[in-house]
Design a protein around this ligand. Structure first.
Ligand code: URA
Length: 233
């Protein structure tokens, strides 16, 4: 998060007050003077006037996102957000996004570095979706979904597509483009009527009811760090 937001959250000053401290050179990040555009993660060492600012405790939560809730930290239209379904302290934000009508596995964290890496296509974190379709897909449609679909922003990467029922498929993808699954299925003539993410980076929803969350175990966080190419704590 931005340095001024970090300082505000730590109770040092308002964001504007924090900007003044930064401009005055009173804030160091890992020993270097902070700038207005400096981004800090919970692991960074921040000092104001030579005194360390208390670090945020890292939190990694898995939420079973219900339908009708938006994946943003605040919604200008006043709709309920995923952030309202988890504890406010320490404050966490969603990694990537699910559409308001999509249900399923959503990770929320204040570990900015990990979140950034998980969301980066380079690390190819697997997302598994169950999509209910308006009609039964042909074999040709299933093949196209697996091989890649030409979307407005380019061709989708190869995916795994299998049938779970006549109008129900499982699609495993590694990208996170906006409305990707709906656009892919729509492009092969099978609009999505219901979308659920059953797994995210190997995490599934067992034991969780819609709207409920759980903290990840230390082992699960380590595995996410490994998947995102970062093994240190
Ligand atoms: N693809 C979509 O179309 N919607 C989602 O919410 C997630 C992936």
């Amino acid at each position: 998060m931005r340095l001024n937001a970090y300082l505000a959250r730590a109770g040092v000053a308002s964001r504007r007050g924090a900007d003044e401290l930064i401009k005055a050179g009173r804030v160091l990040v890992n020993g270097q003077p902070g700038q207005l555009n400096t981004f800090v993660a919970a692991r960074d060492r921040v000092e104001v006037d030579g005194k360390p600012v208390a670090k945020q405790k890292l939190a990694h939560l898995l939420l079973f996102k219900p339908a009708g809730v938006v994946t943003t930290a605040s919604d200008p239209q006043g709709r309920r957000t995923v952030v309202e379904l988890v504890p406010g302290e320490p404050r966490v934000v969603p990694v990537g996004r699910l559409d308001a009508d999509t249900t399923g596995a959503l990770l929320l964290t204040n570990d900015g570095q990990l979140a950034h890496r998980l969301a980066h296509p380079r690390y190819e974190v697997e997302k598994v979706y169950e999509a209910e379709l308006e009609r039964e897909p042909t074999d040709e449609a299933m093949r196209k979904l697996a091989e890649g679909i030409e979307l407005e922003d380019g061709r989708t990467a190869p995916a795994k597509a299998c049938r779970l029922g006549p109008k129900l498929i499982e699609l495993s993808i590694h990208e996170g483009r906006k409305h990707q699954v709906k656009l892919m299925c729509g492009a092969v003539g099978c609009p999505v009527t219901r979308l659920h993410r059953s797994r995210y980076a190997g995490l599934d929803l067992s034991g969780l009811e819609p709207g409920k969350w759980r903290a990840l175990s230390v082992g699960e966080v380590e595995e996410l760090r490994r998947l995102s190419g970062r093994s240190e704590g």
